[in-house]
Design a protein around this ligand. Structure first.
Ligand code: 5GP
Ligand code: ZN
Length: 111
């Protein structure tokens, strides 16, 4: 089981900010901004490259919920959404996740 599947299963604790039957949002263990939340599907999808006709609905649901999670977090002045896909993007956990970063003026450059 991958690290984030273990978090979904409750085998590894996490600081949850939102949960429903399809997705989980929790605080990143090593925050890179004052607010750094990870949003993941509860089912294992390795990365954006694993999105397909069968599972795209859960990704749509994640995108529907991200503005609500950001609003609940108080990110009224904006936020950044990041999904690292594969080695060149330095993806370290092989389970699709979206980083919500905010709570301060972020760097203008992304890479
Ligand atoms: P990636 O580098 O794959 O885009 O992002 C993985 C993220 O997961 C990193 O920002 C890292 O800090 C975070 N992370 C790794 N292990 C854990 C963990 O056990 N708990 C939490 N909450 N975040 C983790
Ligand atoms: Zn997984």
């Amino acid at each position: 089981m991958c690290l984030f599947c273990k978090i979904v299963a409750g085998e590894i604790p996490s600081n949850k900010v939102y949960e429903d039957d399809k997705i989980l949002a929790f605080r990143d263990i090593a925050p890179q901004a004052p607010s750094h939340i990870l949003v993941i599907p509860k089912t294992h999808i390795p990365s954006l490259d694993g999105v397909n006709e069968e599972n795209v609905e859960i990704v749509a649901h994640i995108f529907k919920m991200i503005p609500k999670i950001a609003a609940e977090e108080g990110l009224t002045n904006g936020y950044r959404l990041v999904s690292n896909c594969g080695p060149d993007a330095c993806q370290t956990v092989p389970h699709l996740h979206f980083h919500i970063l905010g709570g301060a003026k972020l760097a203008g450059e992304m890479a």
